[in-house]
Design a protein around this ligand. Structure first.
Ligand code: PMP
Length: 433
């Protein structure tokens, strides 16, 4: 039975009393969410919303197989990975089977932040070097290591001025509003990166690792221009560095393929994974080569109390099983293509909708005031999100210009719900916000 309806304003006061203001809240008056089912969220008043932003629950909310796996294993055993248990080996094998050839070793942690931190340490240990190249407008996590390679002014207005000296920040390959545009932009950005790597060599601080999302998620779901990632990886390797693909957001079937780097024709040396691995249960990890993983052993030990726990592994296996059984990768491809085409069609009637970034169920709807100057429509994006909430759609702004509507729903989104969302957005764009 539902608890008595809660006063959201009162709940917000209670939350603010015990949590810090550094924790982000998106809405003027956030709804009080009580439960979730598939790609829907339901508030304490019984109001349901289509959830366009929860990329952690890749399978959808409240998945019974995940709940059953966790509950059963919690009753049986949950301990750290000092012991042998079957699900650990099973999970490791399943993850490695999904990875490109040669990436045959897994390390399990509890979050994306930890996965990124571990990837940086692996790159340092395997190369004996220190410099990490990250892209502008990136988010990779909140710990000291992962935050160092986080360059987005969305998260920290002083991000660029305050990166530690082992971080080199390279240009973000945005073909819509960056230094290079149109055909040839991929080569242009890759050449700029190669020039940066030359300079780093000359300064005596050669690259240890290059980290980026294969789709620039936090820059607004931007697809790097054709050829960029493959050329960038080739340049990094030519300079003796390792390539880290941060697949925490964009991996695990979201683009319609299991990995986002596949469509870019690029194969990394280290993959970081987290969010959808546990469908909300905290699991993270890296997949890399044996040689790179072993290098860390020369520097010390790697141990995570809950990373690779029996419950984590059972949940992880249940997620992979459900993804297969429910054809979610295919659904992301089909529903994503339909949604993208319909959102692009909105751009023909509404000047504000300048571009739809991304692929599969990782899209970004870029709103501008002027298509020539590309002046970001940030206030409009915020108001549109507030209005969509009242119409039963949860969507939020992203990119450091805060003018991109981020679309990254559970992968079970249906065609009907995709249509509902487009019609709601069309209505808001037509009637005002
Ligand atoms: N990498 C990327 C690309 C992310 O988007 C995030 C989280 N938004 C992280 C890493 C950090 O993951 P977590 O929040 O699980 O620590």
């Amino acid at each position: 039975a539902s608890p008595a309806a809660v006063d959201p304003a009162g709940e917000q006061l209670r939350r603010n009393r015990t949590f810090s203001s550094a924790q982000e809240r998106y809405y003027h008056r956030p709804p009080q969410i009580e439960r979730g089912w598939r790609h829907h969220l339901v508030d304490t008043g019984g109001r349901s919303y289509v959830d366009l932003v929860n990329n952690v629950t890749g399978l959808g909310h409240g998945h019974p197989a995940v709940a059953a796996a966790a509950a059963e294993q919690l009753r049986l055993l949950n301990t750290n990975s000092r012991f042998l248990y079957r699900s650990l080996a099973d999970y490791g094998e399943r993850l490695v089977a999904l990875a490109p050839e040669g990436l045959d070793t897994v390390m399990l942690v509890n979050s994306g932040t930890e996965a990124v931190d571990l990837a940086l340490r692996l790159a340092w240990a395997a190369t004996g070097r220190r410099t990490v190249v990250a892209l502008r407008e990136a988010y990779h996590g909140w710990s000291i290591g992962a935050d160092a390679v986080t360059t987005s002014a969305y998260d920290n207005p002083h991000a660029l001025a305050s990166r530690p000296d082992w971080v080199h920040v390279a240009d973000v390959p945005n073909p819509l509003r960056g230094t290079h545009r149109g055909l040839g932009a991929g080569v242009g950005y890759a050449e700029d990166l190669a020039a940066d790597l030359e300079r780093l060599d000359a300064e005596g601080r050669p690259v240890a690792g290059f980290i980026c999302e294969p789709i620039l998620g936090n820059a607004g779901g931007v697809l790097p221009p054709a050829g960029y990632l493959a050329e960038a990886y080739a340049a990094v390797r030519a300079h003796g560095g390792l390539c880290i693909a941060d697949e925490v957001q964009v991996g695990f079937g979201r683009t319609g393929e299991f990995w986002a780097f596949t469509a870019q024709g690029a194969v990394p040396d280290i993959i970081t994974i987290a969010k959808p691995m546990g469908n909300g249960y905290p699991i993270g990890g890296v997949i890399t080569t044996r040689a790179i993983a072993e290098a860390l052993g020369h520097e010390g030990m790697f141990f995570s109390s809950a990373g690779g726990s029996p419950v984590g592994c059972r949940v992880g296996l249940a997620v992979l099983d459900a993804m297969e059984d429910e054809g979610l990768e295919r659904n992301a491809r089909m529903v994503g293509a339909h949604l993208k085409a319909r959102l692009e069609a909105l751009g023909e009637r509404h000047q504000l909708v300048a571009h739809v970034h991304g692929v599969g169920l990782y899209l970004g709807v870029e709103l501008v005031r002027d298509r020539q100057t590309l002046e970001p429509a940030a206030a409009e994006a915020a108001a549109i999100c507030e209005r969509l909430l009242t119409l039963g759609v949860i969507v939020q702004p992203t990119s450091e210009r805060r003018n991109v509507l981020k679309v990254k729903p559970p992968l079970c989104l249906t065609m009907e719900s995709a249509d509902f969302v487009v019609e709601a957005l069309d209505h808001v764009l037509s009637t005002g916000w």
